[in-house]
Write a protein that binds this ligand. Structure first.
Ligand SMILES: [Zn+2]
Length: 114
């Protein structure tokens, strides 16, 4: 699965006013509403959107408007729950891809600048 073909699209969706979030299917980037109370520093995806897209997703993605693409504690907890799936964080300067192994360990698989 070539996730980097979607990086330009993720970069286009990046804004500094809020975290954006969604899924990547085999074919496209899907952006869903960020339901967090404070979308500038958090993201939350509705149960309905999770139900709709997670099965078809090869990755989740969200952005960090002002910090690095390093995962937060909340990100770690969330990623650990969604196994066999890649997780992308888009920061102002980087796009990092994480992967949760079957043991539940989250590790950085690839790092891209841009
Ligand atoms: Zn995050």
């Amino acid at each position: 699965m070539q996730l980097n073909k979607h990086f330009a699209e993720l970069r286009r969706r990046f804004t500094t006013d809020r975290e954006h979030c969604g899924f990547i299917t085999e074919y496209c980037v899907v952006e869903v509403s960020n339901c967090a109370i404070d979308p500038k520093t958090h993201f939350e995806i509705s149960e309905d959107d999770v139900e709709l897209y997670l099965d078809a997703a090869v990755a989740t993605w969200h952005s960090h408007p002002e910090s690095s693409a390093n995962l937060s504690l909340e990100d770690h907890a969330l990623f650990a729950e969604i196994r066999d799936c890649r997780h992308i964080i888009v920061s102002p300067t980087e796009i990092w891809v994480y992967y949760t192994t079957p043991k539940g360990v989250v590790m950085v698989e690839e790092r891209f600048c841009g």
